[in-house]
Design a protein around this ligand. Structure first.
Ligand SMILES: *Cc1c(COP(=O)(O)O)cnc(C)c1O
Length: 393
């Protein structure tokens, strides 16, 4: 018998409600505002890769359940990519697992590796699925807050060390970091690695923006640091790198024991996904370096347009070293509540943005920050910049 007094949504998920992206995207549609909220490109990825997906469909590759770990072509391509770019050697048969996007990889990793009651230390602000996945796994999240320092968000290493207790099982990292655009430096990653080794922690590191780093910033996979390869689950995805966010092809690379554990959870989530797209992504990962360089340069140019527009409109701008997001400070505009600001922005300026506070447990820490996505066509960004000037007026 069900009791009407008992809520339908269970206690683990009750606090999460509907994601902010649904609310803000609906607002964009209702008001005709330019949607710089959700981070998806408004231009599809390479034609040749789309054609590869069509070919796979036509040739009957991946139309039925692909193998549980992913098609061999893709696992081999992921391993080759990690070796070529980072000198990281993984066995495609035992150390690579294909997932339904990075989202499933993160969910499966947490469900597999976290015991109820374990503490999971994660960088705050965090990607919106992290808190919910830690909760579904029965873990306790322990945020370590990134704070502005000399124009960029930085990790306080003392705070990180203080956050680790005897109950900590896992560090959940994200670099390049959404939403702040921070790219963890070698010094920061070295400190993380030393801590993980000293306290015998597992690390799940979300590196879906590995190819989107700008200027002098360098993406350094945590798994390349001493002592880390065998305790790190590295998460990648085709969505952001190849501008096919709807394909939902992601992967992990890790030591065999970790891959086996994560696969145990993954097999009961989707089992498999995205059959024909897996073959296309295998081809995408083998694209020449010129593709990745042009993609980076293209996004850098977009960042310049939006960053300049936001500064001109009066925002405090944290120019991102990576990702396709710009976090801004609204206090120079005389505002302090990002939620209220984002709810009124479509009306005031015809633009939609996301209040960073939704990515914080410490909501007041995140209150003055607002995130804009720049993975949009230059004329769209120019129009948004021109509309935002109304705020300076
Ligand atoms: C977009 C995003 C993801 C999700 O990637 P999918 O492959 O689309 O599931 C995960 N982590 C971060 C930080 C992201 O920005």
């Amino acid at each position: 018998m069900t009791s009407s007094a008992r809520p339908l949504l269970n206690r683990r998920l009750a606090e999460f409600g509907t994601t902010i992206f649904a609310e803000m995207s609906a607002l964009a549609v209702a008001t005709g505002a330019i949607n710089l909220g959700q981070g998806f490109p408004d231009t599809d990825g390479p034609e040749a890769i789309r054609e590869a997906a069509v070919r796979a469909l036509r040739d009957g590759r991946g139309n039925q359940y692909p193998p549980g770990p992913g098609v061999p072509e893709l696992r081999t391509a992921v391993a080759a990519h990690q070796l070529r770019r980072y000198g990281l050697s993984y066995d495609p048969d035992t150390e690579v697992l294909v997932t339904a996007g990075a989202t499933e990889a993160i969910a499966a990793a947490l469900l597999a590796l976290v015991e109820p009651g374990d503490e999971v230390v994660a960088l705050e602000p965090y990607y919106d699925s992290y808190a919910a996945c830690i909760a579904m796994a029965g873990g306790r999240r322990v945020p370590v807050t990134l704070r502005p320092h000399e124009g960029a968000f930085r990790l306080d290493l003392d705070e990180l060390r203080a956050a680790v207790t005897d109950r900590t099982r896992l560090l959940l990292l994200n670099t390049p970091h959404n939403p702040t655009g921070a790219v963890l430096t070698r010094a920061e990653l070295t400190a993380v690695a030393e801590l993980a080794v000293e306290r015998d922690l597992l690390v799940v590191t979300d590196e879906v923006y590995e190819h989107l780093v700008f200027d002098d910033a360098e993406h350094i996979p945590l798994a390349t640091l001493p002592g880390m390869r065998d305790r790190t689950v590295t998460v990648g995805s085709a969505g952001k790198t190849f501008s096919f966010t709807g394909w939902k092809v992601g992967w992990i690379t890790a030591a065999p024991g970790l891959v086996t554990a994560v696969r145990s959870a993954k097999q009961f989530l989707t089992y498999v996904a995205s059959g024909p797209f897996q073959y296309a992504v295998a081809e995408a990962l083998a694209l020449p370096e010129s593709y990745f360089a042009a993609f980076r340069e293209d996004m850098r140019a977009r960042r310049e347009v939006l960053a300049a527009g936001l500064a001109e409109a009066g925002f405090g701008v944290f120019k991102p070293a990576g990702t396709y997001f710009i976090t801004t400070d609204i206090r120079p505009l005389g505002e302090s509540d990002g939620f209220a600001f984002c709810r009124s922005l479509p009306e005031r300026a015809g633009v939609v943005a996301i209040p960073n506070a939704v990515f914080y447990d410490h909501r007041t820490e995140g209150a003055p920050y607002v995130r804009f996505a720049f993975c949009k066509q230059i004329p769209v960004l120019e129009e948004a910049a021109s509309r935002l000037k109304a705020l300076a007026g």
